[in-house]
Design a protein around this ligand. Structure first.
Ligand code: NAP
Length: 264
């Protein structure tokens, strides 16, 4: 057997990572470049995409910047088309763009619920539907990694929109794995609290202490914690893994965010 570390490499492969201007998406894009992949970086803010692309090029890999709002169908189509046009293949898709703040359920409108579902679930399905035929056509197969959340695993107040959306994304991941095996593997990550811009937005000292008290590993996560798992799941090392949701969350068995009781 060759050195097992070789099976974690992505040499010659092309990855599309949505939401890769910053945070978990950017960290994952860099991990893939470290492993030898060329990476298509995509989100809405071009300056942030350029910064990620620069770091990929410093690692000796090719980077293609394609601005794309995943909520826009024609932009999603252009993202996949430009990838194939520029790099000739697509092997890996990371559906990372997503998110939604917790909010009291009685204050969450029907349109907010729908928008949350569309952002976290529908766009991942749409990107998958675009990429799977191209993966098979250009690379003989591929791997998809969906960035889900512990919010889709555990029940908590204030997570009617986000928790349900991420639970749906995790379930969708398992269904898609059945659809596309053996050519395309589909896995997900149940992410815990990672200190990105998204989390910093509502972080206070008191909130951090509350979170740490509920985290067995006694720290918040880093983007590299998620990127390492996203690399494994995309790589040949995981060639027998599909339909799984791996937890990378410091051992959580509950949601760390405590929302107020419903005012009823
Ligand atoms: N951080 C956490 O603690 C945590 C926990 C559990 C799960 N997650 C999940 O991890 C994923 C990434 O979160 P993060 O914390 O890394 O967030 P982040 O730091 O805010 O980064 C989000 C990235 O997505 C892009 N993005 C936002 N809206 C987009 C859109 N409509 N179309 C395309 N790209 C878009 C952003 O760039 P632009 O705004 O420029 O488009 C940015 O590059 C999300 O799916 C989130 O639900 C995060």
């Amino acid at each position: 057997m060759a050195n097992i570390l070789d099976s974690f490499r992505l040499d010659g492969q092309v990855a599309i990572v949505t939401g890769s201007g910053r945070g978990i998406g950017a960290g994952t894009a860099l991990a893939y470049a470290d492993a030898g992949a060329d990476v298509v970086v995509s989100a809405r803010t071009v300056s942030q995409l350029e910064a990620t692309a620069e770091k990929i090029r410093e690692r000796g890999q090719r980077a293609l910047v394609v601005p794309c709002d995943v909520l826009q169908a024609e932009q999603r189509e252009a993202l996949v088309a430009k990838t194939v046009e520029e790099f000739g293949r697509v092997d890996i898709l990371v559906n990372n763009a997503g998110g939604w703040p917790p909010k009291a359920t009685l204050d969450t409108t029907e349109s907010e619920f729908d928008a949350c579902f569309r952002f976290n679930v529908t766009t991942a399905l749409a990107m998958t539907r675009l990429c799977v035929p191209k993966m098979v056509e250009t690379a003989g197969g591929g791997a998809i990694v969906n960035i889900s959340s512990v919010a889709g695993r555990f029940n908590a107040r204030g997570f009617a929109a986000y928790g349900v959306a991420k639970a749906a994304l995790s379930f969708l991941t398992k269904n898609l794995a059945q659809d596309f095996a053996p050519k395309v593997r589909v896995n997900g990550i149940a992410v815990g609290s990672i200190l990105t811009e998204a989390l910093k937005g509502f972080m206070t000292d008191a909130f951090e202490q509350q979170m740490l008290a509920k985290t067995p590993m006694k720290r918040l996560g880093k983007v590299e914690d998620i990127a390492a798992c996203a690399l494994y799941l995309a790589s040949p090392a995981a060639s027998y893994v599909t339909g799984e949701i791996y937890g990378v969350n410091g051992g959580l068995t509950q949601i760390q965010v405590e929302m107020p009781e419903a005012n009823i």
